[in-house]
Design a protein around this ligand. Structure first.
Ligand SMILES: *[C@@H]1O[C@H](CO)[C@@H](O)[C@H](O)[C@H]1NC(C)=O
Length: 259
């Protein structure tokens, strides 16, 4: 594996040299959460990062997610699957994007950009017919974490959903957040990262329980050209425009944001 130093801006404005590794293989999407990383390739094959390499898992998906609610994915017809003992079990509903980052609840968007969530009592039951809750509005990507839910719409506007709880995942209202992103992901630790249309990677700073929307976006990459970002366990996982996967040590924790 190729190791190199990539320059990243820290929230303080200083430039840090972060050790990055180019991972083997190419992916179109990945998700890091709960200490695990799953990804899908252009041909929809599915991989788990395990023992320092990608291990292929059965099935074909266009989008996969891992988090406190488990491992879920959607296929090219947008049917939804849940991983159970390394078997994909189809559940009801159709989504193009799904996120398991909330506190054992799910969020996602369908092909019409309609927005859905699934409460914790549903994701923790073995049922396959699931009571999805539709949320007003339109988003192409909707992801949740311990301090709330974030989405982007087809115009790349960013929205935060207020008052989401694990068993009231519907929340109450949208608040528009400054900036423009093509996707935004929330880490299991509450960190929020996104990518804009130019391929630059941004981190939301100032997030804390009292101020879950944070204060501002900071661009953290100097060598831009990315289409997807996910963050977990001190690593930033990035997919470049041509599908190469980068893993960078990015230990900037919630705590350092608060200090
Ligand atoms: C799918 O793509 C992956 C990654 O590019 C490649 O390693 C694999 O051989 C392909 N598999 C099939 C079944 O096409």
């Amino acid at each position: 594996m190729l190791r190199f130093i990539c320059l990243f801006l820290l929230y303080s404005g200083a430039i840090a040299e972060l050790p990055c590794t180019v991972m083997p293989g190419k992916l179109k999407q990945l998700d890091a959460g709960n200490g695990e990383v799953y990804g899908v390739a252009d041909n929809d094959t599915i991989y788990l990062w395990h023992a320092n390499q990608w291990a292929r898992i059965e099935g074909r998906l266009i989008h996969v997610t891992v988090g406190p609610a488990g491992v879920w994915g959607v296929n090219k017809e947008n049917y939804i699957y849940r991983l159970n003992n390394f078997n994909w079990i189809q559940v009801s509903g159709r989504l193009k994007q799904i996120d398991a980052g909330g506190n054992k609840f799910l969020s996602g968007a369908n092909s019409n950009d309609d927005i859905y969530c699934l409460n914790q009592d549903a994701t923790t039951s073995p049922a396959t017919s699931l009571p999805y809750v539709q949320i007003d509005g339109k988003l192409k990507h909707y992801a949740c974490g311990p301090f709330g839910c974030w989405g982007v719409n087809s115009a790349n506007e960013i929205y935060y959903r207020n008052q989401v709880t694990p068993n009231a995942c519907h929340g109450t209202s949208w608040t528009r957040v400054d900036g423009s992103l093509i996707m935004v992901e929330v880490g299991t630790d509450g960190s929020v990262f996104g990518v804009n249309a130019d391929g630059s990677v941004y981190k939301r700073v100032g997030i804390c329980p009292k101020n879950p929307r944070g204060t501002s976006w900071i661009q953290i990459d100097v060598c831009n050209g990315f289409k997807y970002v996910s963050h977990d366990s001190g690593f930033l996982w990035l997919i470049s425009h041509n599908g190469n996967v980068f893993r960078c040590e990015y230990a900037d924790s919630m705590l350092s944001d608060l200090l």
